[in-house]
Ligand binder design. Structure first.
Ligand code: PHE
Length: 486
């Protein structure tokens, strides 16, 4: 309809001067005409020039007053012609906004005397505001002063109207040509009569319907690659169920530590206890908790075997590190660099940034004579490979490390320092009972996989990343991301 009208009109006329006027004259919807113009212009049937017109329209409040009268007149009419009305009663008789604005304007116009009692000062008023609003509604032009007073009262606002003027283009034809698009036998036989559509080599291809890697797996791969480049070996993490012994006791975490509380830890019902622990080592761990040794005073409490036997879902991958270091201590000493990335479980209230299960990334270096300087150096090296080279450290506390440091990184995209992990040097109370040589030090750090992934992918609710509410489209569409890049 609209297309025929536009092309047909140009066949006999030089120009459509105004698409708005043209639409009204031909009884067409202006939006439809605009769409046709855009499409015909794309194929050079026509050339079109933008027309912009500013006009004034009533706001919702303006429309209300145009229909019901201005608040000042409504207020004036509510005041009796003779005598007076109490301000309270007047307020009760009017809508709150009408009363408020009406008082101000009618007072300014000197129409009424405002006090505890309100009375008229004049007998007749003219609703100038309503009249002006009606004029605008009819499309009439107003003088500058009236316009600015209505605008100041937010009763009118400017609206931009967009339309076109249109002329024939280089490929003008009274009817749109249809192009042959496919190389069918019929089209090839008729090729002389047909016009084929040109190939658009810039067109985007169809999206490939294939498997997509989840953001967490992508980021896990990045971390794993970095560890491998730095020659770390992966630790076996295939045991989600662990005993309290390896998860807590071996790490010199006292048995009354709040993290063990069932609020934070998922304990297993069946099997509720571990079957075996290395007895001589258990004895040394008990000793160090109860009375210390290796230069420590211990915790001075009665260590209970039953507590250590309890099975749980591991709360951190440091449980794996403790097993690995114990195994290492049984061999003649050789330095090691280990890492792990796997799932851990905490009995936490689920919210925007917490789930009851998440992934931990953990790295450790075990060698003679390591220092805190080595830890800082390794962390700098590790995180700069991720694009995070501005690091800061803050003293922290872990039962199994001394000193301990929280790791912060300056995120260019977010423009602030964000906490990215936790680190420290494992305590002698943890390493010595294992049987590691006295001068062996272990530097270690841990972080969650989810946090950097959320920062990289700009996801602010963890439930969009993990669990049953994950949007599969997000997995398909997600871009290649690097941390720390704007
Ligand atoms: N296990 C610690 C945690 O759960 C992380 C950590 C690992 C801290 C190694 C220090 C050393 O947060």
């Amino acid at each position: 309809m609209a297309e025929e009208a536009v092309l047909g009109f140009l066949e006999n006329n030089e120009e459509i001067t105004d698409s708005g006027q043209f639409s009204t004259e031909h009884n067409l919807d202006h939006n439809a005409v605009v769409n046709v113009i855009k499409s015909l212009r794309g194929f050079q049937y026509i050339v079109a020039q933008d027309i912009k017109r500013e006009s004034w329209v009533l706001t919702a409040e303006g429309k209300k007053y145009a229909a019901e009268g201005s608040p000042e007149v409504q207020l004036f009419l509510a005041v009796p012609a003779e005598g007076s009305i109490s301000k309270d009663e007047l307020q009760r008789n009017l809508a709150p906004s009408v009363f408020k604005i009406g008082c101000a304007q009618a007072g300014k116009n000197k129409w009424v005397e405002m006090g505890k009692q309100v009375s008229r000062k004049v007998q007749h008023v003219e609703d100038k505001v309503k009249n002006l609003l009606l004029q605008i509604q009819e499309g009439l032009e107003l003088d500058k002063e009236s316009l600015s007073s209505l605008k100041a009262r937010k009763l009118i606002e400017q609206q931009t109207w967009n339309g076109y003027s249109v002329k024939k283009g280089p490929k003008y034809a009274p009817k749109r040509k249809t192009f042959a698009t496919d190389l069918t036998v019929g089209n090839l036989k008729n090729w002389k009569e047909l016009e084929f559509k040109e190939y658009n080599f810039n067109a985007k291809g169809q999206p490939v319907d294939a498997g997509h890697v989840h953001p967490l797996l992508k980021v896990r791969k990045q971390f794993k690659d970095i560890f491998c480049q730095m020659e770390f070996e992966e630790m076996p993490t295939n045991n989600f169920v662990e005993s309290s012994f390896w998860n807590f006791d071996a790490l010199f975490q006292p048995q009354q530590h709040p993290a063990r509380d069932s609020h934070d830890t998922f304990f297993l019902k069946d099997p509720s206890t571990t079957r075996e622990l290395p007895e001589d080592y258990v004895e040394r761990v008990k000793q160090v908790h109860e009375s210390g040794g290796y230069g420590s005073r211990g915790y001075n409490y009665e260590w209970k075997r039953e507590e250590a036997n309890k099975n749980l879902l591991r709360t951190h991958t440091t449980a794996v590190s403790s097993r690995m270091l114990y195994a290492l201590a049984k061999e003649p000493f050789a330095p090691k660099k280990y890492f792990s990335i796997d799932r851990v479980f905490r009995n936490e209230a689920v919210d925007k940034t917490h789930l009851a299960e998440f992934h931990q990334i953990e790295g450790l270096v075990c060698d003679r004579g390591l220092t805190l300087g080595d830890l800082i150096g390794v962390l700098q090296e590790f995180f700069s490979r991720l694009g995070m080279s501005k690091l800061r450290f803050k003293p922290a506390y872990n039962p199994y490390t001394e000193p301990s440091m929280e790791i912060f990184s300056y995120h260019e995209g977010l423009g602030k320092w964000v906490e990215i992990g936790n680190s420290g040097m494992f305590r002698p109370e943890m390493l010595q009972p294992m049987g590691l040589p006295e001068d062996v030090r272990v530097i270690a750090w841990g972080l969650s996989l989810e946090r950097p992934t959320m920062i990289m992918f700009g996801i602010d609710n963890i439930r969009d990343l993990f669990g049953h509410k994950v949007d599969l489209d997000l997995i398909k569409r997600n871009p290649i991301c690097r941390i720390g890049i704007k």
